[in-house]
Write a protein that binds this ligand. Structure first.
Ligand SMILES: *Cc1c(COP(=O)(O)O)cnc(C)c1O
Length: 454
């Protein structure tokens, strides 16, 4: 056998999300109101967020949260996703390690993001919401949310950073195909957008501005809520369906992972594959290593600082206790768009601080080289983000080759790269360069968070 898939029937789709907050030895610190520095309650989030999501966000007591049946029914369109033993990749590396990957690229949106989009759209519908909105940079979250909204009969409005709107037309077409209304941001449809365009009619937009526009729409439109596709605790919790399935599938192989790896943007796919296994480290004394793979151009876990910071560039959100590079951080324009975020999820940050999780940062040429080897051996072109997980896996597999140890490595393939081929083009033609941030550059950005903690 050159490759082996471990499949679970639809009936094995998880019935509950795993809420790691309930079992964490040190609970995450509270979110703070930036003006009063007082801890926030779920009610504080209700004007902007779906209420059930706000409650899940701060739930530190219930270990298992039931997955609503209509959400499980939608999961059945692509779940359970396959767990695959990557024999040909192992062979190409000449490693004694056993490499497994969980394939989340098979979802209708092409990535893991749909796992949370479907839950968020369902909870919104159930609360009588008619419209949901969000911002999108690279377009993956926007695509997942557009599809989920359509499935649950909601109208979806996506503010897409203008430069991406023009440069990534296919992601825009995907969202439009699923029926969403896409607005290039800044736009004249909000006060935030108008203010910027009045000052500079050629402004190309930023994620910060798109967030402001989406939040303004949610606050000024009846029955409209704002949604996020990463970072927040409830989003990471929805993604635990990945690891819960993988746990059963690993049992079918007769092995248990020594190492679990995921790429790291805001933390949702990494949390999804890692937390269900991590609970056995916390509760049963297992010694699995968990490695978050982030880009060297945006190294919040390896070189950032644990402190309170805003979750957005504009400083409109509450203060979150997390590893951050400073909310004014401007990453180099690399192509792994989904990993270009200045902070890490609150839960993950606490676990990292407590030593349960490790992180490495990788240069992008190494990640594309890894992605191409994976495509040629396993037959799936990975998303540039997922290439970071593959590169980290290859590093560990080569260490096994050196030491002769036969470790079991599991990584999450968060998505496919079919809509990212221009990034592959650039790599193949030798146009992509590595970019190492200097300590001086980092120190400048981190100050924007430091001042909030004085
Ligand atoms: C958005 C995205 C990521 C990064 O986000 P996380 O929340 O860190 O998972 C990774 N891979 C793919 C394919 C994505 O679309």
């Amino acid at each position: 056998m050159k490759q082996k898939k471990y499949l679970l029937p639809e009936s094995e789709i998880p019935t509950h999300y795993f809420n790691i907050q309930a079992v964490m030895p040190n609970k995450p610190l509270p979110f703070l109101n930036p003006a009063t520095k007082q801890p926030l309650t779920p009610e504080d989030f209700y004007p902007v967020f779906v209420e059930e999501c706000a409650r899940q966000e701060l739930n530190q007591t219930d270990e298992w949260i039931p997955i609503p049946e209509p959400v499980r029914e939608q999961y059945a369109f692509y779940r359970c996703t396959p767990l695959v033993r990557a024999y040909e990749l192992e062979q190409a590396l000449g490693t004694p390690a056993h490499i497994y990957f969980k394939n989340e690229s098979v979802s209708p949106a092409g990535s893991h993001k749909l796992n949370s989009a479907l839950a968020q759209a369902y909870y919104a519908k159930k609360e009588g919401i008619t419209n949901i909105t969000t911002e999108t940079g690279a377009g993956q979250w926007g695509g997942a949310l557009s599809y989920a909204a359509k499935k649950f009969g909601l109208d979806c409005a996506v503010y897409m950073v203008k430069v991406s709107y023009n440069q990534k037309p296919y992601r825009r077409s995907i969202m439009q195909t699923f029926g969403a209304a896409i607005t290039a941001s800044p736009s004249m449809s909000t006060r935030a957008g108008k203010d910027i365009l009045t000052r500079n009619p050629n402004d190309q937009g930023s994620l910060g501005c798109a967030i402001s526009e989406a939040m303004e729409l949610a606050l000024t439109t009846p029955n409209c809520k704002y949604t996020l596709g990463s970072v927040l605790n409830h989003v990471c919790m929805h993604q635990t369906v990945i690891g819960l399935e993988a746990e059963k599938q690993m049992a079918m192989t007769g092995e248990y992972p020594d190492i679990v790896i995921g790429c790291f943007g805001g933390g949702s796919n990494f949390s999804g594959i890692a937390f269900p296994f991590l609970r056995h480290n916390i509760k049963d004394g297992k010694k699995t290593r968990f490695i978050a793979a982030e880009p060297a151009s945006c190294p919040k876990l390896t070189r950032g600082k644990f402190e309170y910071d805003f979750a957005d560039e504009a400083g409109m959100t509450p203060l979150l206790p997390m590893f951050t590079l400073g909310h004014t951080f401007k990453p180099a324009t690399i192509h792994a768009g989904g990993l270009r975020y200045h902070g890490a999820g609150v839960i993950l940050s606490q676990l990292m601080k407590d030593g349960y999780v490790e992180a490495i940062d990788l240069e992008q040429t190494e990640t594309f080289k890894a992605g191409i080897l994976f495509a040629q051996t396993e037959g799936i072109i990975p998303a540039p983000e997922s290439c970071h997980a593959i590169a980290a896996t290859i590093r560990e597999a080569l260490k096994c080759k050196e030491s002769g140890e036969q470790k079991t490595i599991l990584f999450n393939l968060s998505g496919h790269g079919f809509v990212d081929m221009s990034a592959y083009d650039q790599y193949i033609s030798g146009e992509l360069q590595d970019y190492k941030l200097t300590d001086a550059e980092l120190a400048k950005y981190i100050q924007s968070a430091d001042v909030l903690n004085q």
